[in-house]
Structure formats: C-alpha cells, structure tokens
Design a protein around this ligand. Structure first.
Ligand SMILES: NC(=O)c1ccc[n+]([C@@H]2O[C@H](COP(=O)([O-])OP(=O)(O)OC[C@H]3O[C@@H](n4cnc5c(N)ncnc54)[C@H](O)[C@@H]3O)[C@@H](O)[C@H]2O)c1
Length: 334
C-alpha cells in the first residue's frame, strides 16, 4: 500500500481517537509561531517550548504567539532546551508524539561574536531533544537546519548530494553538527528524523535582525541603508508559508532519515531585492556601501527537486508578492 495513504489514514485515526501532540521548540520565534498557527489550523495539539531570550526584543515573541494563548489545543512552556531535567518533566507529563525542533541561536554574523553560546544552544540543546526523542519513543523528529551548511559552495543549485564540510561561520558549523547528531541518533536508535535546510525565510513576523526587515525599516524611515558588498550577492529568499508547508509535510511523512532543502530555487540579487522594496514603499533607498562581512556567503540557491519528490513541496510565492505581504504586515505592526 502507498506510504502516503497509510500516513493519511494514521493521521485521520489519530485525530479522531487521540489528537496528535506536536512539541515545537522555538515556538515563539518567527518560523515557530507560523508552524504553531498551521498546526492548530490542522487540528493538532501544540506543546510550545520557548525561553523568550533577548537575541531580539522578547516582546516581539510574546506578540507572535498571543493569538494562540486562548486556544485549548495550545500549551506554552517557558523553558530552556538546555535544561534537560525540566524538558524531561514536560515530556513525561505531556507525552508528545512528534517534535519540530526550531529553537536555536539564529543569525550568522552574531555567531562570530559569541560562538560558544551558538554551539551550546544549537548543538547541546539539539542533543537534549534527541535523547528525549529516543527515551520517549517519538514517532518523528524534524530538525530546522540551514542553507548556511553549504558554505561557499561553487556548484549551483545547492543539492543535498553536495559535500558540506566547509562552513564559514560558527552558526553554520553548529547546524552541520546538529545534522550529524540527527543522523547518528536515527541510525543508533532507529528514529525517524528529517533535517530541513531552510533558505533565507521571510514574511510577516520576520526577524528584525534579518535583511528584509532591516531594509524595509530603514527605507520606510528615510534612513541610510548599509549594503554589504557591491550588491551582486544573491539570496534564495523563501516565503514563510512555503516553508511551513514543507515542514508540515515532512512531519506528516515520517521518513527514516532525510536531509531536504526547503528553498525557492530562484536567487535574487541584493540590488534587485532593494528595488522591490523601493517600489512597494514608493521610496528611494540611500545606499552606503560596506565591505562584505566575514562569515557571509556570496550566494544561496536551493535545488528543491528532492523536496518536490519526497514532500510534494512546491514554493509558490514570488518575491514581489511575498515582500508586498511582508510590508503590509510591517506597516500595521511597526
Ligand atoms: N529565518 C531563516 O531564514 C532561517 C534560515 C535557516 C535556518 N533557520 C533556522 O530555523 C529556526 C527558526 O529560526 P527563526 O528565524 O524563526 O529564528 P527565531 O530566533 O525567531 O526563533 C528561534 C526561537 O528559539 C528560541 N530559543 C532560542 N534558544 C532557546 C533555548 N535555549 N531554549 C528555548 N528556546 C530557545 C528563541 O527565543 C526564538 O523564539 C532556527 O533553528 C534557525 O537556525 C532559520
């Protein structure tokens, strides 16, 4: 019988008999809050874990999840993934079926300032969750990895088959280390694990330290925009709703072990990206050119054929439409 069919039947069975409980780490963050929203929409029970740290203003994170707090299918734990004993209590009391692990120190440039913290959270925190996944017989584990593991990959588009052993920032190496741990735990304990490599995610509730937010904010306020490099660097910007569809599909699929790109497969030049924002805001950017910072890569470009094949993933939102939606959100929330 077709694997999809079996999984769909299992999902319907669980929804009728017992609501599936999905533990989402980093639930109050940008991607995490969208994942929670979609899970609730699809009638899952969400166990949300976040420590609301101050990498960026925690009030933003509180706001991200405010709408779910009165939902009976949403339970929030203000917990740190480094606190193993507390996590274990949460698992014991709430028996999650699956884990979507998104909690991390994100941000390439900040990882050069504080590499130890990045390794502590992104590697040891991931290890804690993998240990618990084994102990509590979790049916599927999704790990939020990153396109940064490709480093300055020359071959385009970036494929899961490409070698990934030359990361250029502590953040990127911490994500690669997370993937390695996932592979080891899957093979040691026969766990279902999928590592998803996200490519520059943008959209409403986008992180304030990322280029889409920073550029829109600066141009809207008529402030100068620091542009790193000559504007020729390219990013494979991927709209949040497409990423969330990919994450949920991977969660429902239950693959044994896979590493899968979730990108848009259409890299946009930095100069072009800024023009898109200028058009939407109807304002001209005042550009100040700066050298490319250490740790940055010139290009990201996802080959999404594996995601299409395994997850039925099809990125739909084009940059003009996605940025229009982002700017609308920004203007009503600034
Ligand atoms: N946004 C992107 O473009 C992108 C690209 C590639 C990979 N990723 C990965 O996707 C995941 C989500 O990213 P995001 O953009 O939503 O970032 P985010 O910073 O908005 O979300 C991460 C969340 O994790 C929480 N967190 C951090 N450390 C924690 C800890 N010790 N215990 C509990 N919670 C903790 C934070 O408070 C935050 O709410 C991360 O793993 C990130 O590395 C993101």
């Amino acid at each position: 019988m077709d694997r999809d069919f079996i999984n769909n039947c299992r999902h319907i069975f669980y929804c009728k008999v017992k609501m599936e409980k999905i533990l989402v780490t980093g639930a109050a963050g940008f991607i995490g809050s969208h994942v929670c929203e979609k899970l609730l929409e699809k009638n899952y029970f969400v166990l949300a874990v976040d420590n609301f740290n101050d990498y960026y203003n925690p009030k933003i994170k509180e706001k991200n999840i405010r709408a779910f707090l009165n939902n009976g299918n949403f339970k929030l734990f203000r917990a740190d993934i480094l606190d193993y004993d507390n996590l274990k209590k949460i698992f014991k009391k709430n028996s999650p079926d699956k884990i979507i692990h998104l909690a991390a120190r994100a941000g390439v440039r900040a990882s050069l300032e504080n590499p130890r913290l990045y390794f502590e959270v992104n590697v040891n925190g991931t290890l804690n969750l993998l240990e618990l996944a084994n102990e509590f017989k979790i049916r599927n584990f999704i790990f939020g990895s990153s396109s940064s593991v490709y480093g300055k990959n020359k071959k385009i588009p970036f494929s899961e088959e490409d070698r990934t052993d030359s990361q250029v920032s502590p953040y990127a190496s911490s994500k690669k280390a997370g993937e390695l741990l996932c592979r080891t735990y899957s093979s040691l304990y026969n766990l279902n694990i999928t590592c998803l490599r996200f490519f520059t995610v943008y959209g409403p509730r986008g992180r304030p330290d990322m280029a889409p937010y920073k550029f829109v904010d600066l141009i809207d306020n008529n402030k100068p925009v620091e542009r790193f490099g000559d504007g020729s660097s390219k990013r494979d910007y991927t709209y949040i709703a497409d990423i969330v569809n990919g994450i949920l599909s991977a969660m429902e699929k239950e693959n044994k072990f896979e590493i899968i790109n979730l990108g848009n497969s259409n890299p946009i030049k930095l100069t072009e990206f800024i023009s898109v924002i200028e058009k939407i805001l109807n304002k001209k950017a005042k550009i100040i050119q700066k050298p490319m910072p250490m740790g940055d890569v010139p290009l990201t470009y996802a080959d999404v054929s594996k995601a299409k094949k395994i997850l039925n993933y099809k990125p739909e939102i084009k940059i003009e439409e996605g940025m229009k939606r982002f700017v609308e959100w920004y203007l009503t929330n600034k």
